[in-house]
Design a protein around this ligand. Sequence first.
Ligand SMILES: C[S@@+](CC[C@H](N)C(=O)[O-])C[C@H]1O[C@@H](n2cnc3c(N)ncnc32)[C@H](O)[C@@H]1O
Length: 256
Amino acid sequence: MNKNKNKNKIKNNFFKPSEQKSLSFDVYNDREFADSYSNKAEYNSHNALYERPAMLSMLNDIKGKKVLDAGCGPGLHSSVLIDRGADVTAVDYSGEMVRHTLEATEGKARVLQTDLNLPLDMFEDEEFDVVFSSLTVHYVNDWIKLFSEFNRILKQNGYIVFSTHHPFMDFSFHSDGNYFETELLTDDWPSYNVKMKFYRRSLGEIFWILKNTGFELVELSEPRPVKECGEKFPDAYNTLTRKPWFIIFKIKKSDK
Ligand SMILES: C[S@@+](CC[C@H](N)C(=O)[O-])C[C@H]1O[C@@H](n2cnc3c(N)ncnc32)[C@H](O)[C@@H]1O
C-alpha cells in the first residue's frame, strides 16, 4: 500500500466545518437533555439491551486494570467497570454528564471534564491498560489525533474497545452523498426533541486510521440485542435483529 498517497486522501477527506471542535456540545451539556439521556439509557432498547451488554462482553478480565471510559455520558458503563474491579478514569466534555457520572460512581472513579478533540495531556504515556469508548468517537473530527493519543496513553499490551454508528446504517438512513467521503450528518432524535450532529466515515477509512495510528484488529462485532429486548421492546428488537445499528471494534496496540 502506498502510505503517502493514502495520507493525502485522508487529509483531503477531513470535513472542515466551522464547528470542527466540540461537535454537539450544546446538546450534551444541556441539563434537561443529560437527565433525560441518563434515565432512558439505563433501561431502553438501544443502550441497555443492545449496545451496553455487547460492549461489556468484549472486555477481558479487568480486575485491577486501569481503564479510561472516554465519553462516559451518565456513567452507566463506568459503574459496571468499577463493579468488575477496574480502576476507572472517566472523561466527558459535558459538565452535565460529568455530574451524572460522579453521582453514579459514588466517588469510586476519577471523573474529568475533557474534550477528546484536544490532546489528553493530563494522562501519562502508557498510563492505561484499556480504553473503553461507547458511542462517542463519531463526534470527534480528527481520528488520527484521537487514536494517536489513545495509543500514547495505552500500555504496550493495552487494547481499546469502542462502539460507533454502523456506517451502513448512517449511509442508508442519513446520507445521499458519497459513501467514501467523511460526512458531517444530522439526525433527529425525536424522543429527546434535539438534532444531533456527528461524523460518518467509511469502513475502509476507519481501518486505515486504526492501522496508521498503531493498532491491529482483535475482534469486530455487529451486535444483536439481548433476548430481554424482544420481550420489552418487540419493535426495536425486530429492527435490531435485522439491521446493523452500531458496530464495535476491539483493537490492540501493534507490536513496536
Ligand atoms: C451517545 S453519548 C454516550 C454516553 C455513554 N458512553 C453511554 O454510552 O451511555 C456520547 C457521549 O460522548 C460525549 N462526547 C461527545 N463528544 C465529545 C468530545 N469531543 N469529548 C468528550 N466527550 C464527548 C457526550 O457528552 C456524551 O456523553
